[in-house]
Design a protein around this ligand. Structure first.
Ligand code: SF4
Length: 263
């Protein structure tokens, strides 16, 4: 092959690559704190003060996430199935607000008439968390009877779109290299001991994050004899991240709020 022909092929390939890049556009999300959630995502609900048949509303919820007087939705139990909003559209609306995390379990409860963002209680964040993990945080994920949905979304947090690595946050294979654990799944009997072993292997100081409603409350499995949630009762939880499954934007915003990258 002549030199000219080779140069032409290289130039042609380069132009093709540039054309593909241009066609794909910018894949990464430049600001993860203000990005809009796409598609049919259901985030923080707003409950109006409109009067409805409370008994019907409370009983239609498959996970007993709705309380009455006042009407509240517990996002630690809500599967975000949308049934309540479909049946009572003037009473309940789901926004696309994906900032659902808190370190205070009570802040996951949304009450009628209150359109207030869910936040962390900064006074309750342990000092060492922001001091030690602000610029670098390694997490070990434990799927404790999970159905792979939250696990997929946590995996997506590291992809080219969400790129959680830009904050120095990443998942590691060994608990010995981790600063904390992220639990997904309702914690089955079989996973109770491996979860404890994993947690014990993480060096101090360490944190516990619950990702998804299965981890937070047991979800649709709450109360099942197949679960062993004694681990949750034994330790204080540093962060609750609702979702079913957790959206990468919920996960990332919760973590960066906790470690003080974003308030
Ligand atoms: S969206 Fe949540 S609160 Fe409403 S019915 Fe489904 S699980 Fe219950």
């Amino acid at each position: 092959m002549t030199y000219n022909k080779l140069a032409w092929i290289k130039q042609h390939n380069m132009l093709n690559s540039l054309r593909i890049l241009h066609h794909q556009g910018k894949q990464y999300i430049s600001d993860l704190t203000t990005a809009k959630a796409a598609g049919i995502f259901r985030g923080r609900p707003i409950i109006s003060l409109k009067e409805v048949d409370i008994k019907e509303l409370v009983t239609l919820c498959p996970t007993r996430a709705i309380n009455s007087t006042p009407i509240q939705i517990d996002l630690g139990r809500c599967t975000f199935c949308g049934e309540c909003a479909i049946a009572f559209p003037d009473k309940i609306k789901f926004t696309k607000d994906y900032k659902l995390s808190s370190n205070d379990r009570n802040r996951l409860i949304v009450e009628e008439g209150n359109d207030i963002p869910i936040t962390l209680d900064t006074d309750k964040i342990r000092k060492e968390i922001r001091h030690m993990f602000h610029g670098s945080l390694k997490l070990r994920q434990v799927s404790a009877g999970g159905d792979n949905s939250c696990e997929w979304e946590l995996n997506a947090s590291g992809n080219v779109n969400f790129d959680i690595g830009r904050f120095g946050i990443e998942f590691v294979a060994s608990p010995r290299h981790a600063d904390g654990i992220v639990i997904t799944g309702p914690i089955t009997q079989n996973m109770a001991e491996p979860l404890q072993l994993c947690y014990d292997a993480v060096p101090d100081p360490k944190m516990i994050i619950l990702a998804g409603i299965d981890a937070i409350s047991g979800g649709i499995y709450e109360g099942s004899k197949a679960l062993n949630r004694s681990f949750i009762d034994k330790y204080s939880i540093d962060l609750y991240i609702p979702g079913n499954p957790v959206h990468p934007l919920s996960f990332i915003n919760g973590i960066i709020q906790m470690i003080g990258i974003q308030s």
